[in-house]
Design a binder for this molecule. Structure first.
Ligand SMILES: [Zn+2]
Length: 130
């Protein structure tokens, strides 16, 4: 049995945990993550090979959240009656930004997402941005 590398005293024991992961305000639970647990110092670390397993599930979740964000940005832009070109001019740093955001090829800045959400609730303020 392996000794805990953190405290160097207690043996490590296998355990299965549910790990909560949050990305862009969305939370998921990664089930059945195999960890090594120290009863002495309470250190918890991934079991061998488990970091890759956990990482793959986290990546899949992030991809899903990003794809949903792209759809949300497209819906908010259309709600404001803007073409991608016009939205790029008003909010983007360059041409093609909204096409990339909506295709989930680029991350929209959080401030932009909040601004679009705000304008969706108060479309009369769009004239202030122009
Ligand atoms: Zn320990």
């Amino acid at each position: 049995m392996l000794t805990c590398p953190n405290c160097g005293i207690s043996p490590l024991a296998h355990a299965t945990r549910e790990l909560v992961y949050t990305y862009k305000g969305r939370t998921t639970t990664i089930p059945d993550v195999v960890v090594e647990h120290c009863a002495g110092c309470k250190e918890v670390m991934f079991a061998q090979g488990e970091h890759e397993h956990y990482g793959a599930l986290v990546q899949a979740f992030r991809k899903q959240v990003d794809a949903e964000e792209g759809k949300t940005i497209r819906a908010m832009r259309k709600q404001l009656g803007l073409t991608q070109h016009k939205a790029d001019q008003l909010f983007g740093d360059g041409e093609g930004d909204f096409a990339r955001y909506e295709a989930s090829e680029a991350h929209a800045p959080a401030a932009l997402v909040k601004l679009l959400r705000l304008l969706g609730r108060h479309p009369e303020l769009l004239d202030e941005v122009r």
